[in-house]
Ligand binder design. Structure first.
Ligand code: PLP
Length: 398
């Protein structure tokens, strides 16, 4: 069978190999004194809070399960609009909000609507691996720009300006970022968007982890930029991370008013709509009790970060810049790998799995600049598991 070039351009997700090996080993060591600890997983260990579960069950029981409009339930678009106003002081009309099957579908819709064959999209290296494939599925190509810890692993206006050429169509950023948990400073983002917008390009910003932001300076939505800037940026978001609803497959994107009918047309054809049950459940995310619970969980994620990152640094797994959001630590494992007698993050990850029954994600998926140097730890795991992980690391790295 002839496979399309488009499909062949999609690279394998190397992290799955690590995950598969970790699951196989987990079965073997399940009943030993050291069962597997999974610090490779990028999803909250919490599930949807009670009111959300109840709303989902009610939707099923009452038969609220037909298709919705392609843009989503009007009431949900309104709740999200209110949330932007109350949490981020951003005025976002519900008509600019389109409900999707997770941030993944939102990213695909934006790429399909805006990228032409041969267009180039600038993104930081390291960044979320699927972004490259959303761009290539739309027949564009991604240009990875190496970033430094001093830049919080984000693009700067200078770098965007110097990489810009006739083929460049825009930038795709994530703030806070996966794998680093670091955000772009609001003033830098504004400078980038002013430049990109001035070139007639697009700024796509993935704010999926913005709800899980721990520092006032960084916790701002790009949609709160003043005037035309906030109206012209495209923001991607999701119920997966802050709202703890990964498997419900629900997210959204915010687009400039004029783009909304275009996205609606593509969404109607490709997806019809996002899950109706999930949309009814998500309405309950914005009830005061649910929001209180989400804030309690955000504090828990912050406490884990505050415990775990200094411990990694003390162990020689240096995290070059303190994450300000999400639940990741991108740590330099050069020294630690040498102590285990291996070189590079790939071998380090497997050695750690074997010796300490700890699963982590090597840098290979996230970019090309320095993937051998870094591993990603996820702190989306209980404090007790994180403490046990540190205890095991202390033994193997002694
Ligand atoms: C930066 C980033 N964007 C998008 C996604 C996809 O999320 P969703 O579950 O909303 O499709 C992820 C998932 O890990 C992510 O880390």
């Amino acid at each position: 069978m002839k496979i399309a070039q488009r499909a062949q351009r999609i690279e394998p997700f190397y992290v799955m190999e690590v995950a598969k090996a970790a699951s196989a080993l987990a079965r073997e060591v399940a009943h030993t004194s050291q069962p597997m600890i999974f610090l490779n997983i990028g999803e909250p260990d919490f599930t949807a809070p009670p009111l959300v579960q109840e709303a989902g069950a009610r939707a099923i029981a009452q038969g609220n399960t037909q298709y919705t409009q392609a843009t989503g339930l009007p009431a949900l678009r309104e709740r999200i609009s209110d949330w932007y106003a109350s949490r981020f002081a951003a005025q976002v009309a519900p008509s600019r909000i389109i409900i999707t099957a997770g941030a993944s579908a939102a990213l695909q819709l934006a790429c399909l609507a805006l990228i032409e064959a041969g267009d180039e999209i600038l993104m930081p290296d390291p960044s979320y691996p699927c972004n490259r494939h959303f761009v290539s599925a739309a027949e564009g190509s991604s240009v990875l720009i190496p970033t430094t810890a001093e830049e919080r692993f984000q693009l700067t206006e200078e770098k965007v300006r110097s990489a810009w050429n006739d083929k460049t169509r825009g930038v795709l950023l994530a703030s806070p970022s996966n794998p680093t948990g670091t955000s772009i400073a609001p003033e830098e983002l504004q400078r980038i968007h002013e430049f990109v917008h001035g070139q007639g390009g697009m700024t796509l910003i993935d704010e999926i982890y913005l709800g899980l932001s721990y520092e006032e300076h960084f916790g701002h939505s790009a949609l709160a930029m003043p005037g035309e800037l906030g109206q012209s940026v495209i923001s991607i978001n999701s119920f997966s991370k802050y709202f703890n609803m990964t498997g419900w497959r629900l997210g959204w994107l915010v687009v400039p008013e004029a783009l909304a009918p275009v996205i609606e047309r593509i969404a109607q054809n490709l997806f019809i709509c996002a899950s109706t049950v999930a949309q009814h459940a998500a309405l309950a995310c914005f009830e005061p009790d649910s929001l209180l619970e989400y804030e309690r969980r955000r504090a828990e994620f912050k406490a884990r970060r505050d415990y775990f990152i200094p411990e990694l640094n003390r162990l020689g797994l240096r995290v070059p810049v303190m994450p300000d959001g999400a639940f990741y630590a991108y740590a330099d494992c050069t020294e630690a790998a040498a102590r285990l007698g291996v070189t590079g993050s790939w071998d380090f990850a497997f050695e750690l799995m074997k010796r300490a029954h700890l699963a982590v994600t090597p840098g290979r998926d996230f970019g090309q600049a320095a993937p051998e140097k870094f591993v990603r730890f996820s702190t989306a795991n209980s404090m007790a598991q994180l403490q046990e992980a540190v205890a095991r690391l202390k033994v193997v790295l002694a």
